[in-house]
Write a protein of this length. Structure first.
Lengths: 521, 252
């Protein structure tokens, strides 16, 4: 089992290295990760130190549980996808199952390699938070190694629970349906959680010294890990050791045992998921009206989008983000006065996020069928036109709805609403175009499920590009507001932003066109 | 004498230091079924990829009906149908939707497209599955849909990479009959296969490629005369295998 785990980890590391041979991508991704690490560390340190100096003890000690809870609900989707991908959709599973290996060894080995991959997120988000928090609260030196071990084992519990749920769900629900609908649940649950909890926090009132976050659910592993960090920071060594022992026991004993026990169920579910089930005819489409090549391509992609729930998650989370802005409005406005420009930047950020996945997967979603497409007499321009239309079309529908909702919630007049809509549309163009340029430069046609190509290094560069463009446009909006005031400032900022977007979009699309032209399969 | 429909001149493809296809030249005339044989990794699929515009030649050129596949890709692609070695279809489209999509790309009229789709689905016994998602199809059914797509716009040239893999005996026989009819109608068929019986009985001419080099080309009788063997299998092994491999094959 140990040997198999080791081989799987090496194989995964090698696969990542072979997929991403470009040194630039690694440098940019590592730099972005480091920047994020430093920002979280500094924020956590400054925040906990400020609360400590203000003697806001109740608020201070409730923060770790909430930080871990937020991480848990953000990571839940990633870990679920990983559990599904590692077990049911793994390309190496048929080979492993036919080898003289115990099923429990395969499941546990997959579990170990999956957890280790998840540690990247822990190292980027949780480790700087914990170090900053402990430093800000002047925790003793021995608190650091204990806290870091506790944090490192935390994703194992999450992954084990999700693997168990996945195995059980796919044992009783037909895999073809489950693996699609579970993605939706995986997107909806964290989004609803974020909005609901932020709404709760936003309604909290009182003096900072008496303010306290609502109690985090005690049955969640995030609360155990959070309580460990709080106990270490107080410091309460005995409490900390109890939580630490409990975390280690749950991770090292309970999780592998539960997985090994449930592995027999996995074989049955896997076997059923790989059996070709007779598909119910879903449409009786007899639409034979001739269409231009790019419209035919667009129609093909639209049908795929409608029939693939995995592809909707990005839009659900985008709308969730709008809801989060609306409920956070009460907290934010006293700190940062609400202006049309600020709302434009907010919806612009949502647009960057919303357009990211559709853009950067537009060509890669062709999967192996790219060979069929390339052998057809279709111009690269038509391919690009269709890919832009489908990626931008879905983004702009969602983001327009989000912009309208935000404008309504913020109480803007028609002018403000139109400004929000226009800026959201501009930012969605930026996001989709940079995604297209990146996806056509580094296409990935060998994925196991459509969501796996959205994760990791691929995401970083187009995201940073989108944020950089947003900051540039935000600078223009701010400058125009200072120089012109009122509606004239908004219009001038919008016009300036439109020029930036037009320049970036044309550069991105030109690059994408060139890439498609040169694409060899 | 009819002009060749497929013509390659010193076609070469390099991947770094590896030469996958080296100075390959041949011509396929109208009405000819051209068998392209070779061991695994010999250069068959790479050659077909260059002929169909999926890969760019490093050197040399390929013309289809006089159109250069690199310089005039759209004109060249309009006149061939292609069946890859693995049927690569869109899993979320139905068989009908996929064929409709292919018909649109070829610019077919609604009437002709509708007629051809119905005819081909019926021919390959797929009418009942026309509204099923391709993701649920077996390998053989996908291969049949791919054949329907290649035949849909009635091209003059067909590139078939291992077309009988995954087909049941009835469909394989049907395909062979279709290919003979197409050849009789003046189409050029370029087919790679590992099944010697198919190459021997179906192909008018045979070319053998090994390690990127075209090592033999001619009719079956010409190859037999040249190598002094009786079956195509012996000729193939004699040309592509080492003496040790030939001995091993005999002992097995």
């Amino acid at each position: 089992m140990l040997f198999l785990s080791g081989r799987l980890i090496v194989q995964r590391a090698l696969a990542a290295r072979r997929d991403w041979s470009s040194r630039t991508v690694y440098v940019v991704a590592s730099a972005a990760g480091l920047l994020l690490f430093v920002m979280i560390l500094a924020g956590s340190y400054a925040g906990s130190r400020t609360l400590m100096e203000a003697h806001a003890w109740a608020l201070l000690w409730s923060i770790p549980s909430w930080a871990f809870l937020i991480y848990l609900f953000t990571d839940i989707f990633i870990a679920f996808g990983q559990a599904l991908g590692d077990l049911y959709l793994a390309a190496d599973m048929p080979l492993l199952i036919t080898q003289p290996l115990r099923m429990s060894s395969i499941v546990v080995a997959k579990f170990v390699s999956g957890v280790l991959q998840n540690e990247i997120y822990v190292a980027t988000f949780l480790v700087p938070f914990v170090i900053g928090f402990l430093a800000g609260t002047h925790a003793p030196w021995w608190a650091y190694p204990v806290a870091l071990v506790g944090v490192a084992v935390f994703p194992a519990m999450l992954y084990a629970v999700l693997s168990t749920i996945t195995i059980l769900a796919l044992r009783y629900i037909p895999a073809q349906h489950a693996k699609e609908s579970l993605w939706l649940i995986g997107a909806v649950v964290p989004t609803a959680f974020w909005v609901a909890s932020f709404s709760g926090i936003a309604r909290a009132s009182g003096d900072i010294s008496t303010l306290q976050l609502p109690n985090a659910p005690v049955w969640l592993p995030s609360t155990w890990a959070g309580d460990l960090v709080s106990s270490l920071a107080m410091p309460k060594p005995l409490d900390a050791m109890v939580w630490f022992s409990f975390l280690l026991f749950a991770t090292l004993v309970l999780c592998p045992a539960a997985l090994a026990f449930i592995s027999s169920t996995f074989v049955q579910g896997w076997s059923e998921s790989t059996t070709v089930a007779p598909r119910t005819p879903i449409v009786r489409s007899r639409f034979v009206q001739p269409a231009l090549p790019w419209i035919a391509l667009f129609r093909k992609d639209a049908l795929t989008l409608v029939r693939t729930p995995q592809l909707w998650f990005t839009h659900i989370t985008s709308l969730g983000f709008v809801a989060y802005l609306l409920v956070g409005h009460r907290v934010q406005t006293p700190l940062l006065p609400l202006t049309v420009q600020l709302a434009m930047v907010q919806i612009g950020f949502v647009a960057v996020l919303a357009g990211l996945n559709p853009g950067m997967t537009a060509l890669s979603l062709e999967h192996a069928s790219i060979a069929t497409l390339r052998a057809l007499p279709v111009r690269s321009l038509d391919i690009l036109r269709a890919k832009f239309a489908i990626a931008w079309g879905q983004t702009v529908i969602v983001i327009s709805f989000g912009a309208a909702a935000l404008a309504y919630g913020y109480g803007f007049d028609l002018g403000g609403t139109l400004a929000l809509l226009a800026f959201a549309v501009l930012m969605s163009v930026v996001s989709v175009c940079s995604g297209l340029a990146f996806d056509t430069t580094f296409p990935s046609f060998a994925w196991e499920n459509p969501n796996s190509i959205n994760r990791g290094v691929r995401m970083v560069i187009p995201f940073l590009n989108g944020v950089a463009m947003l900051l540039l446009c935000a600078g223009m909006l701010g400058a125009a507001r200072v120089l012109l005031h009122g509606n004239a400032g908004v219009v001038a900022g919008l016009i300036g932003s439109a020029f930036v977007v037009a320049w970036m979009a044309s550069a991105g699309l030109r690059k994408a066109l060139l890439n498609i032209d040169c694409l060899e399969v | 004498m009819d002009a060749a429909l497929v013509e390659t001149d010193q076609l070469t493809k390099r991947f770094g230091a590896t030469v996958a296809v080296n100075n390959v030249s041949f011509a396929v005339k109208p009405g000819e079924i051209f068998g392209f044989l070779g061991p695994n990794g010999g250069g068959k699929t790479t050659t077909i990829k260059m002929l169909t515009g999926l890969a760019r030649p490093t050197a040399g050129r390929a013309r289809l009906c006089g159109f250069d596949i690199v310089r005039q890709p759209l004109q060249a692609k309009r006149i061939f149908g292609y069946v890859p070695d693995e049927p690569q279809l869109y899993p979320k489209l139905t068989a009908f939707e996929f064929l409709n999509f292919v018909g649109d790309i070829y610019g077919m009229s609604a009437e002709r497209k509708g007629q051809r789709i119905a005819y081909l689905l019926d021919l390959f016994d797929l009418s009942d599955q026309a509204d099923g998602l391709l993701g649920g199809f077996s390998h053989g059914m996908k291969q049949k849909v791919m054949l329907c797509a290649a035949l849909l716009h009635e091209p003059k040239i067909y590139f078939l990479d291992e077309p009988t893999v995954g087909l049941d005996p009835r469909s394989a026989k049907l395909l062979k009959n279709i290919l003979r009819e197409l050849a009789a109608a003046g189409c050029a068929i370029f087919m790679s296969t590992h099944i010697m019986e198919i190459a021997q009985t179906l192909c008018d001419r045979i070319a053998i490629i090994d390690r990127g080099h075209l090592i033999a080309m001619g009719t079956f009788d010409e190859l037999r005369e040249l190598r002094g063997h009786h079956s195509l299998e012996d000729i193939f092994l004699g040309l592509t295998g080492t003496p040790a491999e030939r001995g091993l094959a005999r002992s097995l």
